[in-house]
Design a protein around this ligand. Structure first.
Ligand SMILES: C[S@@+](CC[C@H](N)C(=O)[O-])C[C@H]1O[C@@H](n2cnc3c(N)ncnc32)[C@H](O)[C@@H]1O
Length: 220
């Protein structure tokens, strides 16, 4: 089990009435929940039939009983199952795609739900969207797996807009992070990546974007 899925698993409350893993692919998270006796409903969705079939067959191979996980082919968050879960996981996708999945589900803008989000790219876009649309981030977890640092955000709708600095949009608030050592490594990686973009930018590149990146590097 990779560190990333393990961290998401540990963020799910035992008291939860159910989870929905959006874009489940291999189904590792729902299978782990079922195997470890999670008592709530377990829903696994994917927009594509092939990954959904893969998740079903992985569940069979792991001896997870056929009716323990509800597999559902759908695009984004399944409104028709919305009363069966209180925790939605959207992991392993780009930050922009996660924003658009949340944005298309107005019913998820409710304090009934917790969201656990793991963007593979553009975490700053996702955090900007969350904190400007009434979601409060309660934890910003970092895990390292095979040399890559993953960011895992837990949040819920409170209708209050939080205030984040530009740098905090990229890496979360240090005070809500689980690992100060990884936080510092993440800052170094962000600085390196932004410096590479700045150095590689042609003179015709978007000047305001480069100035923004320079200011982030300056903050670090
Ligand atoms: C890279 S996999 C991530 C799998 C797993 N969530 C993880 O974190 O390891 C992304 C999955 O999201 C699915 N997906 C992409 N867009 C989606 C959408 N709008 N609704 C549901 N699933 C989606 C893809 O078919 C793919 O199986």
């Amino acid at each position: 089990m990779d560190q990333r899925i393990d961290c998401i698993f540990k963020l799910i409350s035992n008291e939860s009435k159910g989870i929905c893993d959006v874009g489940t692919d291999h189904g590792y998270l729902p299978i782990r929940l079922a195997a470890e006796g999670f008592s709530g409903n377990i829903i696994a969705t994917d927009i594509n039939i092939k990954p959904l079939k893969r998740a079903e067959s992985n569940a069979e191979n792991a001896d997870v009983s056929g009716d323990r996980i509800t597999f559902c082919r759908c695009d984004g968050l399944p409104e028709h199952l919305s009363d069966r879960f209180d925790t939605a996981v959207i992991a392993g996708m780009g930050g922009d795609l996660i924003c658009s999945i949340i944005d298309r589900a107005d019913w998820i803008f409710s304090d009934r739900y917790s969201l656990i989000l793991q963007p593979m790219t553009r975490p700053e876009v996702l955090r900007y969207y969350l904190v400007n649309n009434g979601f409060s981030i309660s934890s910003d977890m970092l895990v390292e797996d095979r040399g890559r640092i993953y960011q895992i955000i837990k949040c819920s709708f409170t209708s209050v807009n939080d205030s984040y600095s530009d740098l905090e949009l990229f890496c979360g608030k240090e005070s809500r992070c689980n690992d100060q050592h990884l936080y510092k490594s993440l800052l170094r990686k962000i600085k390196m990546n932004l410096n590479a973009i700045i150095a590689g930018s042609a003179s015709s590149d978007d000047r305001s974007r480069i100035a923004f990146y320079r200011s982030i590097v300056g903050e670090i």
